[in-house]
Design a protein around this ligand. Sequence first.
Ligand SMILES: [Zn+2]
Ligand SMILES: [Zn+2]
Length: 115
Amino acid sequence: MEAKLFASLACARTRQPGVGRFDLVNGAYVLIGTSRQRPGSAAPMQADGLSYGDITIGDRYSGCPGCGADSFAQCGQCKRLACCNSGDRAFRCPSCGAGGQLEPGAIRLDGITAT
Ligand SMILES: [Zn+2]
Ligand SMILES: [Zn+2]
């Protein structure tokens, strides 16, 4: 497993693209921070069929740079990541527009590949 992982993590409210950084801690990935994607830079690649297992939010995670949300979710349709608040019940994907109920539980980095 890669020691560090970067994946697209868009803001669900402002729809700004972002990049989430995940560090490998004790065999599991932890979300360390999200930063705005620089204009003109390429988004991290994504691919189907890869799984990076369960991930958690780091203690020092400072939140979404667009809206301050303290957590994130994975879209069930396009598999992209987007910010959400940990108390949110509903989710609307800023990447493909799919909406639905947020399902509690561990988030799995399925379909995300490292850069
Ligand atoms: Zn946000
Ligand atoms: Zn989506």
